[in-house]
Design a protein around this ligand. Sequence first.
Ligand code: ATP
Length: 113
Amino acid sequence: MKSFYYAISGLMYALRREYNLRLHAGSAAAVCIAGFFLHISTTEWLLVVTAVVAVIAAELINTAIEVLCNHVTPEHHPAIKQVKDIAAAAVLVISAGAAITGAIIFIPKLFSL
Ligand SMILES: Nc1ncnc2c1ncn2[C@@H]1O[C@H](COP(=O)(O)OP(=O)(O)OP(=O)(O)O)[C@@H](O)[C@H]1O
């Protein structure tokens, strides 16, 4: 139970700290509302939920890496830049995959309205 509380407090901290995480959480809510109104299938829900959860998890891991980097050295360091940029790239790759998944599922449904 304690570890669940720690995880929730980590989530709350990340939501307060990271604008991008709040943006992704808002987009996730919008996608779920769209999925409900566009009557997407069970398989499509599985793909949408997987994509949304992957993006938010990647954003959380990226935030954790940024916090660790800032703790290790608050000064400018080329290695810190590489670590932060690679972690940001991971979020970008997963977000691009999620956007493609969303486009494949939602665009045909929007055109058939
Ligand atoms: N200590 C550092 N040393 C070297 N490069 C850094 C350092 N901190 C940030 N950078 C780099 O500066 C650029 C801009 O970073 P950004 O403004 O997003 O800040 P961040 O440190 O990555 O995020 P946050 O401010 O949320 O911790 C990125 O390329 C990042 O890798």
